[in-house]
Design a protein around this ligand. Structure first.
Ligand code: FAD
Length: 450
């Protein structure tokens, strides 16, 4: 008889857990995965995927408005939030089903229940069943931070925002990170009055602040209100169903249909039985793991947002894959956290890889060069839209090694993915200079920096 019920028990059917389960099974392991909500996790069910679909929906606002100047008469265009919401949710259902099928195809057992750890090799399911496994992988993700003030229960988070009954006329979005700025662009395009309230005067901290400044200028010109240095005092629910948010900045309170709090995500490590087993957590509640994703207990590993290294889907997926290859594939390997490209799907989007100008200066002093291209995309020239794109490239040393690329402008996330190769590959700028431009395009600016 086998010593354990499973070789691997994965807790959490999100980006990291699903990849780890699938690859481990492909390597021959007997695997079970427990998911307490919906298979696919945050990214598929209430994160990247439905968000990006809403971003696509939001683009029509400006395109329809500008269609006239491209020769099109569009009469009677109007926006129907419930229709978009429901179509997006139908696709989320489809993807959820695909995840289950793909796991089933490689023999992973799916357990639709909450699971907690009751021993270094033991897990208890919500129905009371206990199972054993040689290894346990915790991939329970993160959870939206709450407002942290009286009345926080009256605010929504990204968990609920995809299911709104109707489009808000007025929405206050609390936070200055990528989720706050993305939803500001989405709801503004749908016709809501949008205010971003942030407790400090800095938004999108990890991004190049000149690029962020351009987003601020464009967003303010569009009509998005930024209320900076405005920590929350309390949130109140009114009899008419609206919500009023009071700030500690001494300024006026603000009433809206929806207050959305997007102030970060905390590791989902509570009530899992981790502390009792001696699994080390850091101050934020994240499971502390080594490069090999192993926790302080030999049989317990963790990947993804619950480890709070880099909270992005492709990172969770890579960690899950590296875990499976290392533990079951006979190929011990780690992943690199350097130069991870990322995007903010704001309007217009930001994309970035490598060191920002401030970081590069702090690290290399005067031994850097900053190239800028500040241009009006051709489409905007026809449409009359006043939104200049800004691309920056940062090089270091006499060889001019490309150490950072930062962009704001249409399609920047699509354009940056390829350009990130230059940073990850530590290429000299000359290699990019040698590339013939694709003309006319916005991307050509990347090989024409002077
Ligand atoms: P998750 O995907 O969160 O999965 C964890 C799963 O574990 C969940 O399904 C949960 O229900 C389950 N679970 C928790 N506890 C238990 C338990 N005890 N028993 C059973 N199941 C349990 N990332 C990007 O790269 N690009 C983006 O554009 C992007 N946009 C985002 C937009 C929003 C609004 C949000 C909220 C996130 C976004 N992210 C984005 C981040 C991305 O979703 C996460 O980094 C990613 O999902 C992390 O994967 P994970 O496997 O660590 O956890």
């Amino acid at each position: 008889m086998a010593e354990f019920d499973y070789d691997l028990f994965v807790i959490g059917g999100g980006s990291g857990g699903v990849r780890a389960a699938r690859i481990s099974a492909t390597h021959g392991a007997k695997v079970a995965i427990a998911e307490e909500y919906r298979m696919g996790g945050t990214c598929v069910i209430r994160g990247c995927v439905p968000k990006k679909m809403l971003v696509y929906g939001s683009h029509f606002a400006e395109d329809l408005h500008e269609a006239y100047r491209f020769g099109w008469d569009i009469e009677g265009a109007k926006f129907d939030w419930p229709r978009l919401r429901d179509i997006v949710q139908t696709d989320v259902d489809r993807l959820e089903g695909l995840y289950a099928v793909n796991l089933g195809n490689v023999g992973v057992e799916i357990i639709e229940q909450r699971a907690v750890l009751t021993g270094p090799n033991e897990v208890q399911l919500a129905d009371g069943t206990k199972v054993s496994a040689k290894y346990i992988l915790v991939a329970t993700g993160g959870w939206p931070a709450q407002a942290g003030c009286p009345g926080e229960e009256h605010a929504l988070t990204s968990n609920e925002i995809f299911h709104l009954e109707k489009k808000p006329e007025n929405i206050v979005i609390v936070g200055g990170g990528y989720i706050a700025n993305e939803f500001a662009g989405i709801f503004h395009a749908f016709g809501s009055n949008v205010t971003i309230a942030n407790r400090s005067d800095k938004i999108l901290r990890p991004y190049d602040q000149e690029i962020v400044g351009r987003l601020l200028d464009i967003s303010v010109a569009k009509g998005i209100t930024y209320r900076l240095n405005a920590p929350l005092e309390k949130i109140e629910k009114n009899v008419d169903g609206t919500v009023t948010v009071h700030f500690k900045d001494g300024g006026p309170s603000q009433t809206a249909d929806v207050i959305m709090v997007a102030t970060g995500r905390v590791p989902n490590s509570g009530n899992l039985g981790l502390e009792a087993l001696g699994v080390d957590l850091d101050k934020s509640g994240a499971i502390t793991v080594g490069d090999d994703n192993k926790s302080s207990v030999d049989s317990i590993y963790a990947v993804g947002d619950v480890t709070n290294r880099v909270q992005l889907t492709p990172v969770a997926i890579r960690e899950g894959h590296a875990f499976a290859d290392s533990v079951f594939g006979g190929n011990p390997r780690t992943i690199s956290y350097d130069n991870i490209p990322s995007a903010v799907f704001s309007s217009p989007p930001i994309a970035s890889v490598g060191l920002t100008e401030d970081e590069a200066r702090a690290k290399y002093g005067e031994h850097i060069k900053v190239y800028r291209s500040d241009f009006n995309p051709m489409k905007n020239v026809v449409s009359g839209r006043d939104e200049r794109a800004l691309y920056k490239m940062i090089t270091q040393g006499p060889e001019e090694i490309v150490i950072g690329i930062h962009m704001i402008g249409p399609e920047s996330s699509e354009i940056l993915q390829g350009a990130a190769v230059a940073v990850v590959g530590k290429m000299p700028k000359k290699v990019l200079d040698d590339v013939v431009a694709i003309h006319p395009s916005m991307a050509e600016e990347l090989v024409l920096f002077k």
